[in-house]
Design a protein around this ligand. Structure first.
Ligand code: HEM
Length: 494
């Protein structure tokens, strides 16, 4: 071999080696970056205070964004894959924060009963800024206690009994419209209905002025961006949400200032009273509380009513059983007769209706989880939960994976006829409204709206689903991803 051939070979080997090294580096680069990011996060954790206790299993994704992009891309599947891979307590990095998701009755119980001791509520930044400090859900400490106490008092049974006819009117006229349109997408129609029910019963506005004001569309912009990357720059969802919030606040200011024309509802009164007790003067902050109520009572009810149409549409025998119960209680319309008006006592006597509502909320809880932050490092289920990390208490997987519910994936309202289940044995296995110091203040109100909706649905409508092979999406709330197209018509009742 002459000198020229040898140097050609060396040159060739040199470049091949460089190429292989570069390729290996690039190939390995993502996992090297992830490892460095994880090491950086771990560097602040006081492992020495908890000898032998490890962090939960899981992955932290890429610097800053963590696993947020996968989360938005996969939706509910993200959580499903994680629980299958890592079990009931795992770590991840979401919406800019190291996060631990907690599943299972015992784990969830420990977190929910430790508010202000081990944990405090902590919604993602986008939701915190969009809902604002004037809201119950985003307030804390003394302010939260006063707001919550006042609101719980306002949602008492005698006040809600007075709301039933309003709920019934709004729901019935919406269902009439669904039938007159015949072919509808249930989700957007339910959204309008739920918004109108909340606005009429909680805020006290009349329907026509609300719909004409376009408030519902503005509100939708806030809801669509409630869980978004909190960057207030053009093109980002969060910017759209913030703009919509400003618009909504000025709409509320003009609607709510006219007390003479439209006296306050007990709910608004309670909200204003707690605001003045707290010395809160900013109209903006006060009206943030109103947005919070509309938010809490709107998207949740939208999800449940859409899912009632879905589950009942797929299970006609359940519709027939509901109708039997209504018939036994003289609540089914007979030809030529008017519908019997509803009241709280009549509604609460309907046992099967209660089972149906519970089952819809078991399979599709509108709030999939609750957001908390660790106030101190502590141990949970053998793992270390570091101070300042976010904790998401899972409602959905806790209910779906609980050993208490046999054939958990099945829609079976009769499972709630089992005395053992309905006498509190399911506490923390079943918690669609959360529990403890941050449990839902609108729980009883929401249950009444759902029951009135189911009653009116089965006694005034028949419907067929256009697509029974339904794929669900879970963010921000669980609904059919095709928005549940259905055909509505008058029922043939006897
Ligand atoms: C089916 C309907 C509803 C469901 C499933 C539901 C569920 C929940 C859940 C799970 C929580 C607790 C979240 C946590 O632990 O962090 C909660 C809190 C809350 N809910 Fe509801 N909710 C519903 C309807 C309503 C309605 C209609 C209102 C008001 C009109 C309302 C007002 C609130 C408020 C203000 C909070 C915050 C409580 C606090 O932080 O102290 N909810 N809800």
């Amino acid at each position: 071999m002459n000198i020229v051939d040898r140097s050609m070979d060396e040159f060739f080997i040199y470049w091949i080696t460089i190429f292989i090294l570069l390729f290996a580096l690039l190939y390995r680069l993502p996992s090297v970056i992830k490892k460095l990011w994880e090491a950086y996060i771990m560097s602040n954790i006081p492992f020495h205070e908890f000898p032998g206790v490890k962090l939960p299993p899981g992955t932290m994704g890429y610097p800053l964004i963590g696993e947020t992009l996968q989360f938005f891309k996969k939706g509910g599947e993200f959580y499903k894959e994680k629980v299958e891979t890592y079990g009931f307590i795992y770590k991840t990095h979401l919406l800019g924060r190291p996060t631990i998701r907690v599943i299972g009755a015992d784990n969830v119980k420990k977190i929910l009963l430790s508010e202000n001791v081990l944990v405090t509520h902590n919604w993602p930044t986008s939701a915190r800024l969009l809902l604002g400090t004037g809201s119950i859900s985003q307030s804390s400490g003394h302010v939260h206690k006063i707001r919550r106490k006042n609101m719980m008092h306002a949602f008492r049974l005698d006040e809600m009994d007075k709301m039933v006819p309003v709920m019934q009117d709004v729901i019935r006229s919406n269902l009439e419209e669904w039938k007159s349109k015949r072919d509808i997408y249930t989700y957007p129609q339910s959204k309008l209905m739920a918004f109108t029910v909340s606005a009429c019963t909680l805020v006290g506005s009349d329907m026509t002025s609300l719909i004409n004001s376009g408030m519902h569309d503005v509100f939708k912009q806030i809801l669509d961006n409630i869980f978004s990357i909190p960057l207030d720059i053009p093109g980002f969802g969060f910017r759209k949400g913030m703009n919509a919030k400003r618009q909504l606040l000025s709409m509320l200011e003009s609607i709510l200032s006219d007390v003479d024309k439209r006296p306050y509802t007990p709910i608004l009164k309670a909200h204003y009273e707690s605001s003045s007790k707290l010395g809160m003067e900013s109209i903006e902050e006060i009206n943030e509380g109103v947005i919070d109520l509309l938010f809490a009572g709107h998207e949740t009810i939208t999800s449940v009513s859409t899912n009632c149409v879905m589950f009942l549409g797929k299970n006609k025998s359940v519709v027939e059983k509901l109708r039997d119960e209504l018939r036994e209680n003289n609540l089914l319309k007979h030809k030529g007769e008017e519908f019997t008006p509803l009241d709280l006592q009549t509604i609460n006597n309907l046992k099967y209706l209660h089972c149906v509502m519970k089952e819809v909320l078991r399979l599709c809880p509108p709030a999939g989880g609750g957001f908390r932050k660790a106030l101190q490092s502590f141990e949970l289920g053998g793992y270390l939960i570091p101070k300042d990390w976010s904790i998401i208490v899972s409602i959905r997987e806790t209910q779906h994976l609980s050993p208490l519910f046999k054939h958990s994936e099945m829609f079976d309202p009769d499972r709630w006829n089992d005395d053992k289940l309905d006498k509190g044995a399911e506490r923390f296995h079943y918690l669609p409204f959360g529990m403890g110091a941050r449990g839902c203040v609108g729980k009883t109100y929401a249950q009444i709206v759902i029951k009135v909706f189911i009653i009116e649905l089965v006694r005034t409508c028949d419907w067929t689903l256009k697509n029974e092979n339904i794929q669900m999406r879970y963010i921000p709330v669980p609904v059919a991803s095709d928005y549940l197209p259905a055909t509505f018509y008058d029922p043939a009742l006897n």
